[in-house]
Design a protein around this ligand. Sequence first.
Ligand code: TYC
Length: 107
Amino acid sequence: MAIQTDRQREVVVEKRDEKLTPPPMYQVVLLNDDYTPMEFVVGILRRIFAKSEYEASRIMLKVHHEGRGVCGVFPREIAETRVEMVRRSAQERQHPLQCIMEPAPAD
Ligand code: TYC
């Protein structure tokens, strides 16, 4: 059932599909470069993705060695906001750090 409306009062009384269907999820990914300082990347992971010092260091080193690493998996709008926050912080400090989002692989 999609949407039932109360026609007289024109209010939505039920949106059953929205409750049962989970939103599409996106992973936010950091990309490696040769110039952004490691401590800056760790700070980004701590502040924007709420990672512990240990986890932030682990993700940063994974990106450094493997070229990319997942910072988190979120619904679309939240992923977009985090990507924008990373890009702004990097721009402010004039670091070339790149951050992208992509559909999360099915589990
Ligand atoms: N490769 C960078 C350096 O050696 C560190 C780095 C890690 C940069 C992760 C970006 O997403 C990144 N200073």
